[in-house]
Design a protein around this ligand. Structure first.
Ligand SMILES: *Cc1c(COP(=O)(O)O)cnc(C)c1O
Length: 383
């Protein structure tokens, strides 16, 4: 069915096609690690103080690179929230890690740092901090904890572009961090991602893993007279076509973020009951969203802005949430929920039954009750 208001519409700045054409016609190189890749990587390094960036084909791939770089072995343990996207855990399962799931805070999906310490063992190799909606985890406390036990801190910053904690960019705290430029994220190139290497000791090997396990990057810099197989690796480079697209988006990052902020504040202003005059969204639209609450109990709403990646509502139960989805569908508005507790997934039930049996009530509540409203650049033009 066609929705009057879709859940997401990937935004196009306009310059994407010019840059792709420029790459095709003038640069003579469309594979990875070229002109636009260098521009995008330098942008992140300069603007956010990341040590070294590598564009990848997805955020998932960036996490898989991180797993290779940490030398995860069969039986190593990785602590990860249960309420997150599959890739936050799957990247480590691929290397044979045992996943140890941690619950969310009661009032926000980010993992609860206070309950992690008893989960740490001599086999704990890493803690994965997922910044939900670009809102920072208790990242300093997590860093202290990881350091104290000699574990890696990995940031799954897939949703967290341009987010800061006390003035320091998310993605700069962990030894390794992953970003995503999937079409559902604030800044996108269809499919794309980036690994951030903040620990200089990991930088050389990261480049080799990135280049299919070879020292090709050093060869192209003229540092070798041939290149060969040095280590495990894979095909992680983002094509220059996607990097050119991404550059057009990055040039407009400030404007995109500002617009998302205005929309986010319209939602907050409306649902907090102040009926604040919206900045951009139509009152009619906001009224439809609100009227559909009738008889569905108490509805909570997100109050942490993060980087304006998403805005969620929280229903009392899954039935009320489904009724709300159905009511809005009738009005031509698509709203969706996401993340089913990973510790209760079919995969974990089959392979790690002990994790499956654990009780993580906050994660389950977000799985059953959380609902995301549309939030994209062109939304105000449709309402
Ligand atoms: C989007 C997302 C990913 C995966 O990124 P892709 O680029 O789609 O592979 C991983 N973790 C989280 C938290 C995400 O939101």
């Amino acid at each position: 069915m066609e929705y009057l208001i879709p859940f997401n519409k990937p935004y196009l700045v306009g310059n994407e096609w010019d840059y792709i054409c420029f790459a095709a016609e003038n640069l003579g190189k469309l594979s990875g690690n070229g002109f636009y890749t260098a521009k995008c990587q330098a942008f992140f390094q300069n603007r956010y103080g990341f040590h070294r960036c590598f564009l990848t084909t997805s955020g998932t791939d960036a996490l898989e690179m991180a797993a290779l770089l940490m030398d995860i072995q069969e039986g190593d343990e990785v602590i990860v929230p249960s309420f997150t996207f599959v890739s936050s855990a799957n990247a480590f399962a691929l290397r044979g890690a045992k996943l140890v799931f941690v619950d969310s805070h009661e009032d926000f999906p980010n993992l609860d740092v206070d309950i992690i310490e008893p989960l740490i063992t001599s086999k704990t190799k890493a803690i994965v901090a997922v910044h939900y909606g670009g809102a920072s985890c208790d990242i300093e406390a997590l860093k202290d904890l990881a350091d104290r036990y000699g574990a890696f801190l990995i940031e799954d910053a897939a949703q967290a572009i341009n987010s800061f904690e006390e003035g320091k960019a998310l993605g700069s705290f962990g030894q390794l961090s992953a970003f995503s430029f999937h079409e559902t994220k604030n800044i996108h190139c269809g499919e794309g991602g980036m690994l951030v290497v903040n620990d200089p000791n990991l930088e050389k090997r990261a480049e080799i893993i990135w280049e299919k396990g070879t020292d090709r990057a050093a060869f192209f810099r003229g540092e070798r007279d041939k290149y060969g197989w040095k280590d495990l690796g894979s095909s992680f480079l983002l094509s220059e076509l996607n990097a050119a697209f991404l550059w057009a988006q990055l040039e407009n990052l400030n404007a995109i973020q500002e617009r998302r902020k205005q929309i986010w504040e319209d939602y907050l202003g409306w649902f907090s009951g102040l009926k604040k005059e919206p900045n951009l969204l139509q009152k009619d639209y906001l009224e439809i969203l609100e009227q559909a609450f009738q008889g569905l109990g108490k509805v909570e709403f997100q109050t942490q802005p993060g980087n304006y990646h998403l805005f969620y509502l929280l229903f009392e139960n899954a039935e009320f949430r489904q009724e709300y989805i159905d009511r809005l569908k009738e009005k031509g508005i698509l709203v969706v929920f996401h993340y089913q507790s990973l510790h209760k997934s079919e995969f974990i039930q089959k392979h790690q039954p002990k994790q499956f049996a654990r009780d993580l009530p906050n994660s389950d509540r977000f799985s059953d009750c959380l609902l995301r409203l549309p939030l994209f650049y062109e939304l105000p033009d449709l309402t």
